[in-house]
Design a binder for this molecule. Structure first.
Ligand code: AHR
Length: 509
């Protein structure tokens, strides 16, 4: 009997010990040398479903409160997010878009063949987009039409937007009410040219890039940063061809990485999923680490000085559309799971800050992993919005390398760390963001701060009772941030008790 009791006691102790595993994080501020480009917090708005019409743009005569046609509540929420860069008009839409249709007073209607074959009136065009960027204080990133457009059409668009000379396109812009040119730095030469953008081979696209980009000129002070269509996921052959054939004649190469179950069949519900499905989604999202390692290693082979940037200009979760909605509109809800995917993706992209200079989540409003959802005159902020808001502090901050020693979970045949961390410094403050992916267990985290002197700490947390929790138009604040105080500082050791399925950002000063 006594032996059995002793045996049970040992077993229980082992179990208790397993549940209380402590994570150790060591910050290495002396090794910090790379700034996290704020453009990693970029957005993407495509003419897709209610991604623009009815959400960002309602028109001046709408009963929905607006400022010059821009929806007021959405505009305010976007301003609060301090968006650094906004990609437009697609996506797949970009390679069928003829910009001339979206200027002036007589705009033709068009059919959006990529997304639901809906008819749109072109009331949101070049002026409306570039003015929006000015209002938001962000850089525009314009995706040009290579798939069904011409070299001359794209060259003229650049002239229309950026020339202040006495030139035909600049004069046309003036006739349409805009005297001064806009500043447009980022120009995408096509989108997914290996697929919806024209089904091209990498060799053919490389030639197209060189031809199109030759005629996209720098006017006055405006200096274009030309972005070539890149691969998705592990498509290393595409990257290699572009690096070899185009090389430094491109400023950036794009990469698309979606957290998606698969491209055929059901992608799973955005709101109803099992713990197993949850962990699979997390596993797929953190695989971007491996993709970035492989893609950046290949780029290093041809460009050891890292002069060509990698722009993850489409990323995020992709689930089945909400029941009853148009399958072509890609409207999905957004839960605490999406928030964890967003935060994990940022923690990973920060590690590659020396090469990854931009990322644009797909997409900003009402499409895929959106920040904002709207329905008629109602609006809600998603859990993903709250991550972008919490993580604003990392924009243009010095990335602090760190080591995380924690337990792992086997997901998709990989060992995935249960805790993810990132840290950065700006304006005399250090910010540490911590993520616990475990659905059940909290984590005791000991952070060795190294030589970082700290007298004051504050924190914010994003978590929820259930991982499937999401904000609805009836209950828009189910998932929201709150103050976080479960930490203790003793000399340069910071102990944090991080709840299950939670994201925390600490501010140290
Ligand atoms: O973001 C939705 C679509 O996904 C984009 O239009 C396309 O580029 C990608 O395949």
């Amino acid at each position: 009997m006594r032996t059995t009791n002793l045996f049970l006691f040992i077993l229980l102790s082992i179990n208790v010990f397993a549940q209380q595993k402590t994570t150790v994080i060591t910050l290495l501020p002396e090794q910090a040398k790379t700034v996290i480009n704020k453009n990693i917090y970029g957005q993407f708005a495509e003419h897709l479903g209610a991604g623009i019409y009815g959400s960002i743009w309602v028109g001046k005569n709408s009963p929905i409160p607006n400022s010059d046609g821009y929806r007021s509540d959405v505009l305010q929420a976007l301003k609060d997010l301090q968006i650094p860069v906004l990609r437009w008009p697609g996506g797949c839409f970009a390679d069928e878009y003829h910009w001339i249709d979206g200027i002036g007073n007589n705009r033709p209607k068009i059919v959006n063949n990529n997304w639901g074959a809906v008819v749109e009136d072109n009331s949101f065009g070049t002026h409306e987009f570039l003015n929006l960027c000015e209002i938001l204080g962000c850089e525009p990133y314009v995706s040009g039409n290579v798939g069904s457009g011409t070299v001359s059409e794209l060259a003229k668009w650049v002239e229309y937007m950026t020339s202040d000379g006495d030139s035909p396109m600049a004069n046309l812009r003036r006739q349409n009410g805009r005297e001064k040119s806009w500043k447009v730095k980022y120009l995408g030469i096509g989108n997914e040219s290996w697929g919806c953008g024209g089904n091209m081979t990498s060799e053919y696209y490389s030639d197209q890039f060189l031809q199109f980009s030759t005629f996209c000129r720098n006017f006055g002070e405006n200096k274009l940063f030309k972005i070539a269509v890149g691969p998705y996921d592990y498509e290393l052959d595409w990257t290699e061809t572009l690096m070899k054939r185009v090389g430094k004649r491109m400023d950036g190469l794009s990469l698309h990485y979606y957290t998606v179950k698969g491209w055929d069949g059901s992608k799973g519900s955005a709101t109803q999923f099992s713990p197993e499905e949850y962990y699979n989604t997390i596993g797929k999202s953190v695989e971007i680490d491996d993709v970035l390692q492989k893609q950046t290693a290949l780029m290093d082979k041809y460009d050891s000085e890292k002069q060509i940037s990698l722009m993850v200009d489409e990323w995020g979760t992709w689930f089945d559309v909400e029941p009853g909605t148009n399958p072509g509109f890609l409207f999905q809800q957004n839960t605490m799971r999406d928030a964890l995917v967003a935060a994990l993706s940022f923690n990973i992209m920060h590690k590659f800050a020396d090469r990854v200079q931009m990322a644009n989540i797909a997409q900003m409003v009402n499409v895929l992993q959106a920040m904002i959802l709207t329905k008629d005159d109602k609006m809600l902020l998603t859990p993903t919005y709250h991550v972008f808001y919490m993580y604003k502090v990392h924009q243009n901050a010095l990335n602090i390398p760190l080591n995380v020693n924690c337990e792992t979970k086997t997901i998709r045949e990989r060992q995935v760390p249960v805790v993810s961390a990132t840290a950065s410094q700006k304006d005399g403050k250090t910010h540490i963001s911590l993520i616990n992916i475990d659905l059940e267990n909290s984590q005791n985290i000991n952070i060795n701060l190294g030589n970082i002197k700290t007298v004051k700490i504050s924190g914010k947390i994003l978590t929820s009772k259930n991982i499937t929790d999401h904000n609805t138009f009836e209950n828009p604040n189910i998932v929201q941030t709150s103050d976080f105080k479960d930490f203790k500082l003793s000399k340069n050791l910071l102990s944090v008790n991080l709840p299950a399925k939670a994201i925390v950002t600490l501010e140290l000063q």
